[in-house]
Design a protein around this ligand. Structure first.
Ligand code: 5GP
Length: 194
């Protein structure tokens, strides 16, 4: 086996907690961090690029990948729509073998499963909104969800907050620059420490 020099940064949190914005700022600041591209059955949004935001695949292809054990983990993230999201084993292992530092934007359960699979190579960070009211405002402002979807996300968020304790670190996203600063500090103490 090749020596595994890479690392995995697992980033999860209730949807709309501002994960994406923090991740973008972090990847701008640390140019060696590579976004980990997942597979999904969700339809591509207009601004998304296949192979860059996700590998967009059919449900049949996704089910085949599960059967062939090609996924480290997978989740039906929004059970109502039945969309599936998963982390490709080949993608992760290749990146680790190449010494890459990967950033995984992942749902909470998936993140905990990756942590279990790569305990030594991963750092898990839970992004938390300051409050559920704040989260609701963010979801409305983002404009990618309809009211019904927002209601579901908020219900889930309440349940999900308690799972945050199982992550190595927590970053409260009250304002972007402080959150990015806190996130950077965690990276300095872990990934960039050795
Ligand atoms: P969106 O559809 O808004 O891009 O993402 C929905 C959710 O799916 C987000 O919480 C995102 O973190 C999560 N997600 C993205 N890729 C994966 C993956 O590979 N596995 C799991 N379990 N969740 C993922």
């Amino acid at each position: 086996m090749m020596s595994r020099r890479g690392r995995i940064i697992i980033v999860a949190g209730p949807s709309g907690a501002g994960k994406g914005t923090i991740e973008k700022a972090i990847m701008k600041k640390y140019s060696d961090i590579q976004f980990s591209v997942s597979v999904t059955t969700r339809p591509r949004r207009d601004y998304e690029i296949d192979g860059q935001h996700y590998f967009f695949i059919s449900k049949d292809d996704f089910l085949n990948k599960i059967r062939r054990d090609e996924l480290v983990e997978w989740q039906e993230v929004y059970s109502k729509n039945g969309h599936l999201y998963g982390t490709l084993r080949s993608y992760i292992d290749q990146a680790l073998d190449q010494g890459k530092i990967l950033l995984l934007d992942i749902d909470i359960k998936g993140g905990l499963n990756v942590k279990k699979e790569y305990p030594e190579l991963s750092v898990s960070i839970f992004i938390e909104p300051p409050s559920l009211d704040d989260l609701e405002q963010r979801l409305i402002a983002r404009g990618t969800d309809n009211p019904e979807q927002i209601k579901i996300r908020l219900e889930r968020a309440g349940e999900e907050m308690s799972l945050g304790q199982l992550f190595d670190y927590k970053v409260v996203n009250a304002n972007l620059s402080d959150a990015v600063e806190d996130f950077s500090e965690i990276l300095k103490q872990t990934i960039y420490h050795e």
